[in-house]
Write a protein that binds this ligand. Structure first.
Ligand SMILES: *Cc1c(COP(=O)(O)O)cnc(C)c1O
Length: 369
């Protein structure tokens, strides 16, 4: 007798801040037989994944690997490998994920300084320059697409300022990479990470990270061991590089899935992917405003992959989300932190970013409101 029924989840339209919908061919690829993590067939998969990741990060960086773990593991790896106790570090936060970076940095023994901007706003290069003139930093961390606020942080001038002060630039591109134009090499980001389940439309569990040559040197010149053995990139890269030294067992089938998800992105072409996200986000913004709703972020700073919209007065945030899920199979998210109860968060990431999904959501919201 079987104690449990077969797993049969209702198919959802995933329009939250991640995970996004996964293309069927990615799920099918995940069911490819498991091989050993040292099997030459898997080593070839690893090489493909690294090469495909370089295309999507738009970088030549040799050290480009998927960290085993979700986006937060990428965040932690991006911090602990390049910070030693006593290092001066600046974390800019204007939302929940910037605050998480500060929280992780605070556990490294860094001499941490934080710069805050109000939720819904972005940092100016002038502001960061003033901070760096007053206090030297070895590393400056900032979020590109802040999923808690729906702000896309402009980074070009900030990158110049950070490098003029001799610091490394660490960028969180978890919610933006593969959705909006972004190039690690053009920007000059020294360390950048993302998550498999956002705009790359792979199931959650891998956090691609890329590290430029300056940061690789910083890692090589460390005086102390990296505080995390599991996330120590100098060990991880021996497995992902030419040495192929066992470190931990790679999540084999997730890497199959990531390879396929990256192929999907590259087949469509980055320019087409960005154009699709641009078109559907315009459609969503217009549709929400036509329903009389107010967007939280000014048009010049709006993140196309994650929109925050004000919960209208007299409307119960949680009831609307629950009814969207149960009556229409549509997932959106509530607000975090300062936006809790005040905003809905609507994601248009990767495979979810399609006009039919926008129309389904707008139609359902119209009925519910
Ligand atoms: C989702 C997200 C993270 C964290 O990723 P997890 O996969 O939930 O660990 C970090 N930063 C940003 C900007 C995100 O959107």
């Amino acid at each position: 007798m079987s104690l449990y029924t077969d797993l049969d989840t209702a198919p959802r339209i995933l329009l939250g801040p991640g995970p996004s919908m996964v293309p069927p061919r990615v799920l099918r690829t995940m069911a490819t037989p498991v091989v050993g993590h040292m099997d030459p067939q898997f080593l070839a998969v690893m090489d493909d994944v690294k090469e495909l990741l370089r295309s999507v990060f738009v970088t030549q960086n040799e050290l480009t690997v998927p960290v085993s773990g979700t986006g937060s593991a990428g965040m932690e790896a991006a911090l602990v490998n390049f910070i030693e106790p006593g290092d001066p570090v600046l974390v800019c936060h204007a939302g929940y994920f910037g605050e998480r970076i500060a929280e992780i940095a605070s556990r490294t023994g860094a001499e941490l300084r934080t710069l805050a901007a109000p939720w819904g706003e972005a940092f100016s290069a002038t502001q960061i320059a003033a901070e760096l003139r007053a206090h030297r930093a070895k590393l400056v961390a900032i979020v590109h697409g802040e999923t808690s606020t729906g702000v896309q942080q402009p980074l070009e001038e900030i990158s110049e300022v950070v490098h003029a002060h001799g610091a490394l630039l660490l960028v969180d591109a978890v919610a933006s990479l593969g959705g909006v134009p972004f190039s690690v090499d053009t920007l000059g980001a020294d360390i950048c990470y993302t998550g498999s389940q956002k705009c790359l439309s792979c199931p959650p569990g891998l956090a691609p990270i890329t590290v430029g040559s300056h940061a690789v040197n910083v890692l090589a010149d460390r005086h102390s061991k990296v505080q995390s053995w599991y996330l120590d990139l100098s060990l991880v890269r021996k497995y992902w590089g030419t040495d192929r030294v066992y470190h931990h067992t790679a999540p084999v089938n997730l890497n199959y899935a990531l390879r396929e998800a990256l192929r999907v992105v590259c087949e469509e072409g980055l320019e087409n992917v960005f154009a699709r996200h641009a078109a559907v986000s315009e459609m969503l913004w217009q549709g929400l405003e036509d329903l009389g709703l107010t967007l939280m972020v000014s048009p010049d700073l709006r993140l196309r992959t994650l929109t925050t919209v004000r919960v209208p007065d007299g409307v119960d945030d949680a009831v609307v989300r629950r009814r969207l899920l149960h009556e229409f199979n549509i997932e959106i998210a509530g607000g975090l932190g300062a936006f809790r109860g005040k905003a809905w968060r609507i994601g248009l990431m990767g495979h979810s970013a399609r006009p039919e999904n926008v129309l389904a959501l707008l139609g359902a919201l119209e009925r519910l409101l």
